[in-house]
Design a protein. Structure first.
Lengths: 265, 262
């Protein structure tokens, strides 16, 4: 089985694949000072709790945007799962074309999202796709109907922006992120819930609408896919998001890994 | 002359009013550790730098969204200006009816801006204040404060992104030509500028829909230290008025000292 690791600034998301089927997922906190042994033990524990043995894992691949974690995770896979952790990069063969100025500088998480979204939605429907990944940052990717990576943009994520506000403003408290009854808040908690839920839906929509105009001024409407840990919070309020794929990044890691496996990545 | 002081979480902005005329304005960073003496020297230096003397200041009006700093500033006013400042808060006449679950929860900084905006532009209106938070205040046609929306501000969100995302560089916040970006710096500039513009437009649109729709003729005014960066991209914002908070402090001061010192 393939263990896919999506290494982000807040979480490491793990997915266990039996061929093309995602059979289990887990999340670990991205802690820069944790050791390979701590990560290794945690991964083994997580596998066992779900009824798998470390021996079931025969391959491992990761997309990482946190270089300091890579060596600990690689060592953990070696020592505790006895597999080599393949680090995917943006120079690998993936989409038919990549128009990023320096394709190797494109974040690997962004590329695998683009690959999965195009293969799952863009290619079969012959439409461009826009991915909105709500994570530490909110990242948008555009892929043409023909599978060319066109570019995208990056905005501050929902979680870190909200944390920064409650830290910086002395009178604000941490709040539960739920949808308020109305946009107009009559108390501080409702005002903040409104600003976050409707505001970040607006942030995503504003970017998607502008990107759509630039990439498909008169062609077929792009398919808009949301993913990421915080997608469920705002996707329901968004006017442009058509589908949530919670595991799009893992799916992209699997696809890019498998497409390049024969080349001996 | 009146010294108006609007104390925000990141910066305090100040203005000197001669009657209704704003003669000078400046801002300094809000530092919770500074003492009354340090603030006193800083205030005197700035006043003199702008061509005035301490003795010209006959009154001080203040609003603060950082309550712990108020005693320090009050002490400073006593010692260096021999003035008891008017601090906007409970007991101070603002002339605005507050329709909020708990009116005391509405920060003085909100009221000050709402008072100035209503006096200048009339209602119904929405004021968007771009500071540490982006704050939307809604005022009815009759001039009642109806409530608002709070969202994380532009700069603190961007700072949070830089400090937490290992691979992202610090960027200069300028508006790129396109949203579609093909390098990291451009990606972030586009995401920040156009993303926050989208956030503002969406919230304003939804607020307008709740308070009567397009037919109500709601005016949208932007203010605050980071307003200039975004306003040109916000389709919903009509006017940029950077000094609303200072203006509101002057108006509230006058309402409380009908024939008082100018």
């Amino acid at each position: 089985m393939l263990l896919a690791l999506d290494v982000g600034n807040t979480n490491v998301t793990l997915g266990l694949y039996l061929d093309e089927e995602l059979v289990a997922t887990w999340r670990m906190a991205s802690e820069r000072n944790r050791t390979a042994d701590e990560y290794g033990l945690e991964i083994v524990h997580l596998l066992k709790r779900e009824g798998y043995s470390p021996y079931d894992v025969t391959e491992a691949a990761m997309a990482s945007v946190v270089p300091p974690l890579n060596s600990a995770l690689g060592l953990a896979c070696n020592k505790y799962l006895n597999v080599h952790l393949v680090e995917l990069n943006s120079s690998l063969k993936t989409l038919p074309a990549n128009y990023y100025e320096n394709p190797a500088a494109l974040g690997c998480d962004r590329l695998v999202n683009a690959v999965a979204a195009w293969e799952m939605y863009g290619k079969p429907q012959k439409r461009p796709v826009i991915v909105v990944d709500f994570g530490t940052a909110t990242k948008l990717e555009c892929v043409s109907a023909a599978g060319e990576y066109l570019g995208g943009c990056i905005a501050p994520g929902i979680g870190i922006s909200t944390e920064a506000l409650t830290r910086a403003a002395s009178r604000l408290q941490r709040i539960e992120l739920v949808r308020p009854k109305q946009v107009l808040g009559k108390n501080i908690v409702a005002s903040l819930q409104s600003g976050i839920i409707f505001g970040f839906a607006g942030q995503a929509d504003g970017l998607v609408k502008r990107l759509s105009r630039e990439i498909a001024p008169d062609g077929p409407e792009p398919v808009v896919i949301a993913t990421g840990g915080l997608a469920h919070l705002v996707a329901g309020e968004s006017r442009t998001i058509q589908r949530i794929e919670p595991h799009l990044t893992l799916e992209g890691i699997r696809r890019v890994y498998e497409q390049n496996r024969e080349q001996g990545v | 002359m009146l010294l108006a002081v609007d104390v925000g979480n990141a910066a305090m902005s100040m203005g000197i009013y001669d009657g209704k005329q704003l003669r000078a304005e400046w801002s300094v960073s809000t530092d919770r550790r500074k003492t009354h003496d340090e603030y006193g020297l800083l205030f005197l230096d700035l006043i003199e730098h702008h061509g005035f003397k301490a003795a010209d200041i006959r009154a001080v009006a203040m609003a603060s969204s950082v309550p712990p700093i108020l005693p320090t500033l009050e002490w400073m006013c006593q010692k260096y200006f021999k003035i008891t400042p008017l601090v906007v808060g409970p007991g101070v006449r603002t002339g605005m009816i507050i329709r909020y679950d708990n009116p005391r929860e509405v920060g003085a900084d909100r009221i000050v801006i709402a008072v100035a905006a209503y006096e200048k532009y009339g209602g119904p209106l929405i004021v968007v204040d771009f500071g540490t938070a982006t704050i939307f205040d809604v005022i009815s046609k009759e001039g009642e404060y109806l409530g608002g929306v709070l969202a994380p501000g532009v700069l603190i969100s961007v700072d949070a992104l830089f400090s937490q995302a290992a691979k992202l560089p610090r960027i200069e916040l300028v508006k790129p030509k396109t949203v579609l970006a093909r390098n990291t710096v451009h990606s972030m500039q586009a995401g920040v500028i156009y993303g926050f513009a989208g956030q503002v437009d969406e919230l304003v649109e939804r607020l307008i829909a709740e308070i009567g729709g397009p037919a109500a003729g709601v005016r949208v005014i932007a203010t605050g230290e980071h307003a200039e960066l975004l306003v040109s991209e916000c389709k919903q914002v009509g006017v940029l008025d950077p000094y609303l908070a200072l203006e509101g402090l002057r108006i509230i001061y006058e309402r409380n000292h009908a024939r008082g010192e100018r």
